[in-house]
Design a protein around this ligand. Sequence first.
Ligand code: BTN
Length: 249
Amino acid sequence: MKFDLLSRSSPGRRVEWFTSIDSTMNEAARLAREGCPSGTIVGADEQTAGIGRHGHSWHSEPGAGLYISFVLRLALDSDALPVVMLALGLATQQAIAEATGLAPDLRWPNDVLLDGKKCAGVLAQFEGDAVIAGIGINVHHASFPPDLAPIATSLHLAGACGVSREPLLAALVRAVDDSCKILTVIGPVAIRSGFTRASSYATGRRVRVEQDDGFLEGVTAGLDPSGFLLLRLDNGTETKILAGGVRPV
Ligand code: BTN
């Protein structure tokens, strides 16, 4: 992996790159505790224990994906995390569109989709007062293990065969910077409305939401002020979705 494009578009940024690491989230959290500057990036060609949401692992085939964690010092309260996730999803969608010409969809809270399958995911957690923002993008994968094949895709499989990771990384860093600026300068309302425009799942979509104790089915009705998904159930009541896997019906 070369960084010429990134150092031109983002001079002075601290980038720590690993050939192989357990998870970029752990190293980014460690650097955050040491006091690294906001915007610091930890990336790896391979993760041996990539972390996904809800305790899942993140399939991190060597050299095939972009596996990045950002340390972001945004001076936000801990209840801002859902909107930060939306901001990062928007940034990832934008970077993929810019680097490939494809038009990814967004599925609340953080799935980036091509052809209805997941090509990228976002994870955000606090470490002290810093947000550790992990982004995984499937770039060159030609296939996935059987359990993931029905639900995962890559930029390559979706038609962007010639894309390389370096311009995608430079576009992602720009897009994350822009999204964070929108969040901190204009405010969460701009991120919520950007997400609502950019996601076919945000309003009027019949979905099933898988939860620990079963599932809910209804029609999406936008986002609440904190960035949680609103779901109109068939009995006419509206409920707030705090977590869970959203799937089309
Ligand atoms: C999800 O489950 O959708 C979130 C996936 C986040 C994966 C990225 S890859 C870079 C960073 N390091 C990790 O271990 N996870 C995140």
